[in-house]
Design a protein around this ligand. Structure first.
Ligand SMILES: [Zn+2]
Length: 144
């Protein structure tokens, strides 16, 4: 059991035990057999703390639901890449039925308005080279 592990917070350096706890709940986040990393490593910590687990839970519930249908299996869903692009979270995956794509798009939209550092609301970026960062984090960066 991994009862002491808080999956709500993405550690700055994830541990194998944190990764295993995540994979146990959400197998589609797995990258390698040794659990050295997971796809959570490609999500900014602010985004993760704000909606990372909600995203995983919604995907998981929908995959379980779809898996009860004859033409789709839970493990058909395979993440290819998770990254940030133009200030937004992007998730690329194989075998994405419409219901799964809708969940992914919902959280991509949310990410554009969420601070990458702290998870608080942030203004969406105006150019493709910016990242959504809230005013407080911008001010704090200026003090150092
Ligand atoms: Zn912030």
């Amino acid at each position: 059991m991994n009862g002491n592990i808080n999956l709500n917070i993405l550690p700055r350096l994830t541990s194998i035990s944190w990764n295993k706890a995540l994979i146990e709940k959400f197998p589609f986040m797995k990258i390698d057999e040794d659990n050295v990393s997971t796809y959570a490593d490609f999500i900014y910590s602010g985004w993760w703390s704000s909606f990372g687990l909600k995203l995983c839970e919604e995907l998981n519930n929908k995959l379980i639901e779809l898996g009860k249908k004859e033409n789709y299996k839970y493990n058909d869903f395979k993440i290819i890449e998770i990254k940030e692009k133009y200030g937004m979270l992007r998730i690329y995956a194989y075998h994405c039925p419409t219901e799964i794509t809708e969940i992914i798009h919902k959280y991509e939209e949310i990410s554009a308005k969420t601070c990458i550092y702290c998870g608080r609301p942030a203004a969406p970026v105006k150019t493709m080279y910016e990242l959504p960062i809230c005013n407080e984090c911008i001010e704090n960066a200026g003090k150092n």
